[in-house]
Design a protein around this ligand. Sequence first.
Ligand code: FES
Length: 161
Amino acid sequence: MNNSLTEKIEQAATSPRNMGEMDSADAIGTVGSTNCGDMLRLWIKFKDEKDGRRVIDRATFQSFGCQTAIAVASVATELIRGKTAEEALSLSGEELSAPLGALPPMKIHCAQLVEQALQSALTPTTSLSHDNKPSCSSPASTLSDQLHPQTGKFKINILPS
Ligand code: FES
């Protein structure tokens, strides 16, 4: 990685924005990568604009992941503010990580982890209750137990390796 990219990632990862749980989230998405075992969860809160559009007011994240995933989640949670769900869903991992610069090939999946968490949160699927745990054959499933699902909206999407 070039020095500028490394510095931006280190800076975003050491002082991440929007890290932490959100009590009153409207949507939550959690993903785990079978590639590296890293996991990431996004919380999203919407607000209604005067023009009738429903846009993302705030997004927060937690990650059991590498520095790059944390850095991308940090900039992505800023980037999606003010966007509709459709607009946020249209963003690729490359676009979500763009404020950091172009990622090297071995780190592209870190940005895809954030992209997939966003899709997990914003794409309607069957909700799972606390008693109805998702089947998970990933080695990362033990990490998911540490995420302590707080709402019935909890779901985990396992990314293909
Ligand atoms: Fe797996 Fe970065 S190394 S998310």
